[in-house]
Unconditional design. Structure first.
Length: 237
C-alpha cells in the first residue's frame, strides 16, 4: 500500500500548522483582502474504492483501491464576497498506479500473471469557502463545499487470463474514460504570513461515481471518490 505519500503529506501539514504562529509574528501587515487570491496545493489522493469494479477486483487480484494512492495537485482562485465567504474556482489532477496479479493463477513457469493499473482524475469545480475567523487571526480555520465535472481515465496494461479459452494467457491494454459529475467537502487551516501571502493545510473528500465503458463496458460503476490531504501557498496579486 502506498501510504507513504499520504503520511508524508500529513506530516507536512502538521509542520505548517505548528510553525505558523511563529511565522505570523513577522507579518508586516495583516491580511485584509481575499479578492483575487490564488492557491496552489500539493498533496496525495487515495481512492475509496466503494463500487462493483473495485469489489470484483479484490476477488480476483491482489491489492485494493487504496494502492492507487498517488500525488495530487490543484489550483484555486478565490473571489472574496466578504471577509468570511469566498467563491472558489478550482482545477485539480491526481494520478495513481499499482501492479496487481491474479490471486489463484500463475503461468506455466509458476510466475505471477501481472498487469499495471493506472487511474487519472482531473476536475473543474465551483464552490464556496467559509473562513471561520477574521482576516487578522493568526490561524484561520475554513470549511467549504462545491461540485463540478471530473474527467477520468482507467487503464490496465499487462497479462490476463481468458477463462473462455482454456485459461489462455494474453497481453492487452484495456482502457475506459469519461466525464462524471460529483461534489466535495473540505476543511483546512490557513496561516497568513504577510498581507499577500498565506500557508495552508487541508483535508478534502470527493464523492464521484461513473459508469465504466470502452473495454470495461458491462463492469458496472467505478467509484472515483476519495480522500486528499494537501498543503500549499495562497497569494493575492
Amino acid at each position: 500500500m502506498k501510504s507513504k505519500a499520504l503520511r508524508t503529506t500529513f506530516v507536512l501539514v502538521g509542520m505548517l500548522v505548528a510553525v505558523a504562529p511563529a511565522w505570523c509574528q513577522y507579518r508586516s501587515r495583516p491580511v485584509h483582502e481575499r479578492e483575487g487570491a490564488f492557491r496552489l496545493r500539493l498533496g496525495a489522493f487515495r481512492p475509496a474504492g466503494d463500487s462493483q469494479y473495485w469489489d470484483d477486483k479484490k476477488l480476483d487480484f491482489t491489492g485494493e483501491a487504496a494502492d492507487l494512492e498517488g500525488p495530487s495537485a490543484g489550483l484555486d482562485y478565490l473571489l472574496g464576497l466578504n471577509d468570511n465567504l469566498s467563491l472558489v474556482f478550482s482545477g485539480s489532477y491526481s494520478q495513481g498506479d499499482t501492479t496487481q496479479s491474479y490471486r489463484d493463477f500463475v503461468d506455466t513457469s509458476g510466475h505471477n500473471i501481472r498487469h499495471d493499473t493506472k487511474l487519472d482524475i482531473g476536475s473543474a469545480t465551483l464552490g464556496l469557502m467559509f473562513h471561520l475567523a477574521g482576516p487578522d487571526a493568526p490561524i484561520i480555520p475554513y470549511v467549504g463545499f462545491g461540485g463540478g465535472a471530473y474527467f477520468w481515465r482507467l487503464e490496465e496494461n499487462g497479462d490476463f487470463v481468458d477463462f473462455n479459452r482454456h485459461n489462455e494467457i494474453f497481453n492487452a491494454r484495456l482502457q475506459s474514460d469519461g466525464t462524471a459529475f460529483g461534489g466535495y467537502g473540505v476543511f483546512g487551516l490557513e496561516a497568513p504570513v504577510s498581507r499577500n501571502l498565506s500557508i495552508f493545510g487541508e483535508g478534502r473528500y470527493t464523492k464521484v461515481d461513473a459508469d465504466l465503458q470502452g473495454d470495461f463496458d458491462g463492469f458496472g460503476k467505478i467509484d472515483l471518490s476519495g480522500v486528499e490531504v494537501a498543503a500549499g501557498l495562497s497569494w493575492t496579486l
